[in-house]
Ligand binder design. Sequence first.
Ligand code: CO
Length: 476
Amino acid sequence: MSKVFDLGFGQSDREITLESLPVQGVVPSWLTGTLLRNGPGTFQVGEQRYRHWFDGLAMLHKFSFAGGRVAYANKFLETNAYRSAQETGRITYSEFATDPCRDFFQRVMAIFSPKITDSAKVNITQIANQYLALAETPIQVQFDPETLESVGVFSYEAGTTGQMTTVHPHFDFARDTVYNVVTRYHRMSHYRLYQMIGAAAPQCVGQVPVRQPAYMHSFGMSQNYIILTEFPLVVNPLSLLLWLRPYIENFTWKPQRGTPITLLNRFTGEVVARYKTDPFFAFHHVNAFEQGDELIFDIVAYPDADILKAYYLRRLEQPQMEIPFGKLRRYRLPLKAKQQPVTWETISEQCMELPRFDYERYNNNPNYRYVYASSINPRQRQGFYNQLVKVDMATRQAQIWYEENCYPGEPVFAAAPDHTAEDDGVILSVVLNAAQGNSFLLILDAHTFDEIGRAEIPHPVLFGYHGEYFRLNVDR
Ligand code: CO
């Protein structure tokens, strides 16, 4: 793992802009948009190292496609956390699992106002023509997609303390509406559902009181409902107020709680049903839809929250380290006879994480078939995510892309312009090539799952999280 670890969890030395990357194979001529990706740009500040995959300072990557060429740029997101790290050579803001070193006095002062990172590194989205770098922390950073420079900040609610949010908002394209969930920590905490219609300010449409909030990285949305899956990794809000340890380390796994599931009517914000199922943990909901008398949601699940521990760098750097497999599950909630039990089944035995599907056309669609994800080859179990998988929900068969020494990130689907089949398009993934010491942008035919081209990046790209493909090329 060591070479892979050094490349994927090291630091980025360069910010560059290139008009054209060397391409092997073919970039489809219809591919004329832009892939924007987010993730850590460094795990090292001066002599100090961050502790966890979800730490680090945000870096944006841009791939713009035109005429069979791929333009590339990368840039650190300009934030207070980044500037401070540059100026002091030290980690000075709290990240997901890393707090700055503080002496006693600083520690006491931090209780009143922890300096939580504004380095929004987890996802990218577009809300009302604003391009946003998304974080779980209260501040979202607006950036210029052409220059990748920061141009402003955005938040779901006022105040920068005592709240966290998900980085996976849901979209109702027909109604020009975006939804997200904010957890507001207090003696009595609340999950608050926000909606943004067009360019209007975020509006809280409903809330659910909770004494010990769960760590929820995403939520589900069906035609009529918002789905809150409260994994039993929970926090006593008082410990966040005291902030004696890094953010996520205040959460405790309490499997005896099971996993409560709450449905909110997404138009009125009203709580319409509550269920409980077995304890499990997940980062990512995939799709959800109502069919007959059931609400069905798909999610990449783990039996417990140990996956969070597996992502500590001191664990990842061990050569024998094996990351727990996330597996795609389908949950069924009875909508009529609500006292009936929640049931679930495993859809595929493949390891899956960073799952994607054709959200734009198939979200809430019971006929959707294909889920794409980063995965781990069972015959090359040690190390990091080293293959891509496409699971067919109808046949439950999987197609795999694997190449030795290659570590692909989140597979983003880009639909062909005149697509008819669901998988008519390409998969875009940034792949670390540990043998060559750099990364490349991989282009797969989404139907056959065969490579059709790759564009070589002149440096390694650290293991990132999420990105988005925009049909409009941001450079034009
Ligand atoms: Co995520």
